[in-house]
Design a protein. Sequence first.
Length: 471
Amino acid sequence: MKDNSYYLNIFGMDIPTLDTIVATALRNGGDYCDLYFENTVYFNLMLKDGAVTSGGCHTDYGVGIRVLKGEKTGYAYSETTALADILAAAKAASAIALGASSSLAYCSTPDVRHDLYPDVEDWRQADARAILTFLQTLEKEVSSKDSRIVKVIARASDSESDVMMYNSMHEARFDSRPMGSVTVSAVFQDGDKSETRTASRSFRKGFEMLDTQLIEELANEVVKGIDARFEARRPKGGRMSVVMGAGASGILLHEAMGHAFEADFNRKGQSIFADKMGRRICPEGIDIVDDGTVAYNRGSGNYDDEGVPAQKTYMVRDGILTSYLHDRVSAAWYGVPSTGNGRRESFRYNPIPRMRATYMESGKADPGAIVASVKKGIYVDEFSNGQVKIGEGDFTFFVKSGYLIENGHLTMPVKDVNIIGNGPEALADIRAVGNDMKIDNGTWTCGKEQSVPVTCGIPTVLVGSLIVGGE
């Protein structure tokens, strides 16, 4: 972990200067102020059919200043850290406090020093030629897996962020956040039919993540199940049981339930769960978690973007709704501690409640027995293109990969299927939870006004009845 002086030097700051900026921002009587300094270096490279088709490197540098006064937020940013520019931004943010009444208190949090991504090789020191060699090897390995592959696209991107946070309670937080991502897509041609499969991995790791094991994992995943893709047909639709496979199908949990647990939607009365705190919302034994403490996870962080230490939050424990996901604003409104979910896309954005790694913990059921218990239904292991109404809880998801279940057996591969349901109703209708929880480490990105990296996971889960849109 770097010394604090490393961060102060990057941004040309010292503690007295930070106090001066905060005092300027609070000059009109704000209740609370925080500063978010960021220096991020991004790099990306794309290889298509053996040739480099795009690539680039850029730096994002600046500071965001937030002033809170009661229910109002003032926000401004500067793309330089020249003191005059920062003070001008502070004055702009402070204007929100004029004439505003005060009702909220922003609680302090302990400074927990830990590191969820230690011993990484800094991406800024990586040789671009070595990344190119990795992509070339990955492309060759994928191409060798199936003679029907006619095109391979391999992409690598990375970033290294130095972040410094300071607030009006004189709390200073410092963090260096790595991120590496690799995605490979293969186009398969079989007669007049074509299919595309994509596999990806993303971690808060450094250059060391680009190894031969990752190449083999991605190559095997991108060809997995391709025969079923070519054989898949659209089944007859109707209301039936749905088994969600472990791992990537956790995106339905993220979208259809997770967003509705974010505290800003609930304090504004926009979520279907706004009046359900402390009530049973699904069967006993079910635990749903948002976790910012998974080592090297794409969604993790030593601190959130308000300087609150990372936490593991049980939103649902034993079927009871026990917590929303809070930033400092919603936590003050509810009179509870922040859960460390205040996140932002960059210094240009105000932090809001966002998920990190959202998953359902393992249950006790055997996954094979869950499938065997279904007389008629579908098994889904990959969703995409979901739409959710936070207020009503209604959702629609497109099934990218799945099978028909007939008399306890996986039979026909299916495609062109929509799953339609309601979040609270689906939670209440969970019939079994497998003992095989898996977090999917793909390049998941969540868009809610801003884009932030997340992950999702789920064990094998049986929902008693959902609408399957087929023929």
